[in-house]
Design a protein around this ligand. Structure first.
Ligand SMILES: *Cc1c(COP(=O)(O)O)cnc(C)c1O
Length: 360
């Protein structure tokens, strides 16, 4: 119904545009481009007032329901610049389809996917000079939806904002891969089946912060979550899914309702499978992983997510003991998956799965 909703354009004057940050030190999510996309929803009009406008603060009531009851969902995707200056998106439709799954779970309105992808392409075209060109740098895109009805009382909001902001981000691995140390949380849990773990909703990240602080205190950079019932089966790592190569099998926990269905996870499964790797989605316990490690059968562990693509794990810290994995080195399959996925994302490699979308 809203697939052909018109988008108005309000440009920032050329002399008011921000200075582009240096590409050597972009960091992650600290700089924002000159424009953003914003549209509104209410019960009467549905989606309306779609606008590409100057990036800036907007005014919402202090009673906006998102502040009290947490109706906030997000996505994360990237625009990549290929060798010939071409701009690519990676599976953008899948991101907005997933956002609609999150919306369903959180009683929020569905997005018109085609229209949103089209608007994103228009926004990217306008901001193409913001897409960094240095090796490994990208433009990170953060779609967000929030409930803004000014009211107190637990109910789904009757008004929403959907917006997309963009941030040039630095190379994740500046000096090659560096395997991370991961804290296995046996006290706090991220999600339980039936809860909101499979939705990319803000509260999941607020709930993860305390365990993350514990991880940092123990010299780790991420938290590995175990299942919420038995604290036994592996779920995921921070904002990444996780894979284990044991003997010659690539194992990842199944999407059982408490895990976020990562697009990088899905891409890795399909890519590895196409190479003839045995990929298995099954429950795997922390004890099984540590035992396999002990016996020398655990060859590689890596996380998958849009931010780092592939993130090798070099050590687990569990119940106050460290466990070195693959001598703390990056595995061969991790490195190959990283190289191949990056090449596909930048349009440098044939894309047999039709994942990349060229944007002018
Ligand atoms: C976003 C996210 C992922 C990774 O998803 P991708 O689509 O691969 O970026 C995994 N786990 C959680 C909790 C996430 O929020």
């Amino acid at each position: 119904m809203w697939e052909d909703l018109e988008v108005t354009l309000e440009k920032v004057g050329v002399d008011q545009r921000k200075e582009k940050p240096s590409q050597d030190n972009l960091g992650f999510g600290v700089h924002f481009t000159d424009h953003m996309f914003l549209m509104k929803w209410d019960r009467e009009k549905g989606w309306h007032d779609a606008n590409i406008c100057p990036y800036g603060d907007f005014q919402i009531s202090p009673a906006a329901m998102v502040f009290h009851y947490g109706q906030a969902i997000i996505e994360g995707l990237k625009a990549y610049r290929g060798k010939d200056g071409q701009v690519f998106l990676f599976r953008p439709k899948d991101n907005f389809e997933r956002m609609n799954q999150s919306a369903l779970r959180m009683c929020m309105p569905r997005l018109p996917v085609e229209m949103v992808v089209k608007s994103l392409k228009a926004l990217l075209y306008l901001e193409k000079d913001w897409i960094p060109t240095a090796e490994g740098t990208t433009l990170y895109i953060r779609p967000t939806m929030i409930g803004v009805q000014p009211a107190i009382g637990v109910n789904p909001s009757s008004e929403y904002y959907f917006y997309m902001i963009m941030s040039p981000v630095g190379a994740y691995y500046k000096e090659g891969f560096s395997p991370t140390k991961i804290y296995v949380s046996d006290e706090y849990v991220r999600a339980v089946k039936g809860g909101v773990g499979e939705a990319k909703t803000a509260g999941n990240y607020a709930a993860s912060l305390l365990a993350f602080e514990l991880a940092k205190k123990n010299g780790c950079s991420q938290v590995l979550w175990l299942d919420g019932c038995e604290h036994k089966y592996i779920e995921e790592v921070g904002t990444s899914n996780i894979f284990f190569k044991i003997d010659d099998e690539l194992i990842t926990p199944p999407l059982g309702g408490s895990i976020l269905a990562g697009l990088t996870r899905d891409s890795v499964i399909k890519l590895a499978d196409s190479w003839g790797v045995d990929v298995v989605e099954r429950k795997i316990s922390i004890d099984e992983v540590l035992e396999a490690n002990d016996k020398g059968r655990l060859q590689e562990v890596f996380g998958t997510g849009t931010a780092a693509v592939i993130s090798p794990v070099g050590e687990f810290y569990y119940k106050e003991k460290p466990y070195l994995i693959n001598e703390g080195k990056t595995g061969k399959l991790s490195a190959k998956l990283f190289a191949e996925l990056q090449a596909i994302q930048k349009g440098e490699q044939e894309d047999p799965f039709n994942w990349t979308v060229r944007c002018g």
